[in-house]
Design a protein around this ligand. Structure first.
Ligand code: ADE
Length: 233
């Protein structure tokens, strides 16, 4: 997979892309992530200004349509694979595990990160990106939302997780769609809290049954809204 990120703050991604799972996936060639500084497409060359005041008044600044459209069009020509255009905005469709699975099936994503009060509406009208929100709250920009999407999608790509099955039992995942069961490691006892006996029994059928029950109980207690959902949808 190739992911192009258009942003006014490419350095925000520096540490994130050079650590842990993401870094390994990049080094192993499972994903290529390219950042593009929108200011490089600014018409105003000495100051690289890409924002302006909204017509009609109101607080804050908007990212302008000309540099954004020029940037997206040029970035798309940098690689032959067609890109799925995504614009990060609190007004978009809510991101979830199903959408992460859907995006993981694409060969190329182009993530457009907003700042300030967002983009001139003509960016959406002309480029027709899918608009995605990571939750009902307002971030300072789309970069953290883009990292959220990259994080959730890249771990689903074949070969990224060490054990091919290790995303299978995750909360919300395909074949489950419920909350994950509790897990324990050593020591067996800590400050009076013991590991459930069944997990030490070596009885794989009993362990599987206990985990399935815990998944139901936990979801019932915390997220009843998930219980009616189709597990493989
Ligand atoms: N930009 C600002 N807030 C956001 C959100 N909640 N999701 C996606 N992009 C955003």
């Amino acid at each position: 997979m190739r992911i192009d990120v258009v942003t006014l703050f490419p350095a925000i991604f520096d540490s994130y892309l050079t650590q842990s799972l993401l870094h390994k996936a990049i080094v192993r060639g499972l994903v290529a992530i390219e950042r593009h500084d929108l200011r490089a497409w600014a018409e105003d060359s000495p100051h690289h200004k890409v924002d302006d005041k909204p017509f009609g008044g109101g607080p804050g600044m908007l990212i302008q349509v000309e540099p954004t459209v020029a940037c997206v069009r040029e970035v798309e020509t940098m690689h032959p694979t067609p890109a799925r255009r995504i614009l990060l905005t609190p007004q978009g469709k809510r991101f979830d595990q199903r959408l992460a699975e859907d995006l993981a099936g694409s060969d190329r994503l182009l993530l457009l990160c907003g700042r300030y009060e967002g983009f001139d509406q003509r960016v959406q009208d002309i480029l027709e990106p899918e608009e995605i929100s990571v939750g009902d709250f307002v971030l300072n920009g789309g970069e953290v939302a883009a990292m959220t999407i990259i994080d959730a999608v890249v771990r689903l790509l074949p070969g990224v997780l060490g054990d091919e099955n290790s995303s299978r039992d995750d909360s919300f995942s395909r074949g489950n769609r419920l909350l994950e069961f509790p897990q324990y490691t050593r020591p067996r006892e800590f400050e009076g809290h013991s590991v459930p006996e069944v997990l030490l029994s070596g009885d794989h059928a009993a362990i599987a049954a206990w985990r399935a029950e815990q998944t139901q109980l936990r979801t019932q207690a915390r997220r009843q809204d998930l219980l009616g959902e189709e597990p493989n949808g």
